[in-house]
Design a protein around this ligand. Structure first.
Ligand code: PMP
Length: 342
């Protein structure tokens, strides 16, 4: 990743990545007292357009996380969505993009507490065409680590410090030769994968752990739940799920901003179904791709276009005074000529 050329949003301004500096005693660095989001924007080459997926939903969740951490008022989700689109434009991205907004306790002070510590907001976005390769099936294990309980560090708040729990599960899985892990809660029921929500399919019924199972209320999870009932016409059962249900599933589907919609090949060395991509995962993957790249619109699900469309550009040029419009047309023609050169 080439960081030097990046423009980031830091303390209310767009600045080069290298000029956004923090001190060693920054509270969040010492104690994990920050919260964050992972958002993705998807490039549609045919439409020459970049779509930020569900920015409002992500910024609403960021606000809720910040509330848990007693942070100062967060700008509105609408405002932060606009800043995000502007950040993408300033970086001129023409590829898939990963966007990382975060709010962190930024005072350089030693007291371990949440009250009375100042915070800052930053957004970093970078081009990332293949964030996670999910074409092949995932080989999962059940982690020996347990998901942190809601009364310890709430999983529904996306708190930076709590991601040590995720990292422990992920590394254990990787070092034991798996791709990822299903993590159980202290009560022994399934919570989620290391950083993705899980859906199980058996005999045409889809099951997923309920929101009280110490999981992150995923934005992709909400979309997948809708698609399962509305587009696939299947029953969705949201309830406590036992570990052994994993072994009898016809399909297991993982979903999240990072993984997209991934399918599971095996769990604890047992093949899931026939160990191949199943019809539910396959259909969900296609729908997700179409929705995130702006090819399919679902009411209430936002894929926010970053760049003005050709029609909007033409309209803007038409509104310019005559001489400026001629100049602008010339500039576009020049740019197109430039782009067409081998
Ligand atoms: N669970 C955890 C622990 C995660 O970190 C993520 C990724 N944000 C998810 C689930 C999926 O959530 P979303 O669909 O909102 O990305």
């Amino acid at each position: 990743m080439q960081l030097d050329d990046l423009i980031v949003y830091f303390r209310g301004e767009f600045v080069p990545y290298g000029s956004a500096k923090l001190g060693l005693l920054t509270h969040a660095l010492q104690y994990g007292t920050g919260c964050f989001e992972g958002i993705r924007a998807f490039w549609n080459a045919d439409a020459e357009q970049l779509y930020v997926f569900e920015p409002l939903a992500h910024y609403r969740r960021l606000r809720r996380s910040a509330g848990v951490l007693l942070m100062s008022p967060v700008p509105s989700p609408q405002r932060l969505s606009e800043v995000t689109a502007e950040l993408c434009r300033r970086n001129g991205f023409r590829s898939d993009v990963y966007i990382r907004p975060f709010i962190f306790k930024s005072d350089e002070t030693f007291g371990i507490r949440l009250d009375g510590i100042g915070d800052d907001l930053a957004i970093v976005a970078f081009s990332n065409d293949r964030y996670f390769d999910n074409d092949d099936g995932q080989r999962l294990c059940v982690s020996s680590w347990r998901r942190i309980d809601d009364n310890a560090v709430p999983a529904r708040a996306k708190v930076t410090g709590s991601y040590v729990n995720v990292a422990l599960a992920k590394s254990e899985a990787r070092l034991n030769g798996f791709d990822d892990a299903i993590v159980l809660g202290e009560d022994g029921h399934i919570s989620e994968a290391s950083a993705a929500n899980a859906f199980l399919v058996r005999d045409g019924v889809v099951t997923t752990p309920g929101v009280s199972q110490n999981l992150l209320e995923g934005i992709t999870r909400a979309l997948i739940a809708r698609l399962i009932s509305q587009e696939l016409g299947l029953t969705l059962d949201e309830r406590q799920v036992d570990r052994s249900e994993l072994y009898g599933a016809d399909e297991i589907v993982l979903c999240g901003t990072g993984v997209g919609v991934a399918w599971v090949k095996s769990i604890d060395h047992r093949p899931v179904g026939d160990g191949r991509l199943g019809p539910v995962a396959s259909r969900l993957r296609t729908l997700y791709d179409d929705i995130t790249r702006g090819r399919l619109t679902i009411p209430g699900v936002e894929a926010r276009a970053v760049y003005p469309s050709a029609a909007q550009l033409a309209q803007r040029v038409a509104q310019l005074p005559h001489a400026d419009a001629n100049f602008a047309r010339g500039r576009y023609a020049e740019a197109e000529h430039e782009a067409a050169r081998p």
